[in-house]
Design a protein around this ligand. Structure first.
Ligand code: GRF
Length: 203
């Protein structure tokens, strides 16, 4: 399957997806990487693998709608079966999410539905939680609200800081995102209404 990956920064999850395609865990190939921010490391990672790396700077657009329309045009030029948001830090319009409903995944660094939005590690630490984690989910119009596909849990240690906790979560992100993308590219993972199915069984 053809995969387009959207990024905004370092692209460590992009790297995990590229690695998954290269080692066979994902039956697909990343055909393009699009960043809403220029000169980020993720674009360099794409170029290092001969993958088309495009910057679509959201500051050049006068509205969320016009940016999303341009983004959709760029994505559709590559005719992907799967769109992956990997550290993509833009809120997307319902028109955009509707266009890719059922074939767009996101990764969010919390055990959704806990802690949608930003600063999830800080919030988990401040809440005194004993565990934290990460969720891969289908993207719907609801921010960080689409049906979960796969989660991973990590313990929160007494000694944890935001950075040590984020690093432990990131390790799990790099493990479960390729696994979820792999399921999709084998045709095993589908969205039916607001439910994610694996082999036609609700997750
Ligand atoms: C990660 O914590 C991811 O969960 C979040 O963005 C952060 C950076 O991701 N969505 P990456 O290194 O740019 O893939």
């Amino acid at each position: 399957m053809r995969i387009v990956v959207l990024i905004s920064g370092s692209g460590s999850n992009l790297q995990a997806i590229i690695d998954g395609c290269n080692d066979g865990r994902i039956n697909g190939s990343v055909v393009a990487v699009i960043s809403n921010r220029p000169d980020v490391k993720g674009l360099e990672r794409a170029r290092n693998h001969g993958i088309e790396a495009i910057t679509l700077d959201h500051r050049n657009f006068d509205s969320r709608e016009t940016f999303d329309a341009a983004l959709a045009q760029h994505i559709d030029n590559f005719e992907p079966e799967l769109v992956i948001l990997a550290g993509f830090m833009r809120i997307l319009t319902p028109t955009f999410t509707g266009r890719y409903l059922g074939r767009m995944l996101n990764i969010h660094p919390s055990l959704l539905p806990k802690y949608p939005g930003l600063h999830t590690h800080k919030r988990a630490l401040e809440a005194g939680d004993s565990e934290h984690g990460v969720t891969v989910h289908f993207v719907t119009a609801e921010l960080d609200g689409g049906p979960a596909v796969l989660q991973a849990r990590v313990p929160i240690l007494e000694s944890d800081t935001e950075d040590t906790l984020a690093a432990r979560v990131l390790e799990q992100e790099h493990r479960i995102y390729p696994q979820a993308a792999g399921w999709f590219c084998e045709g095993r993972l589908t969205l039916q209404g607001n439910a994610a199915l694996l082999d036609n069984t609700p997750i």
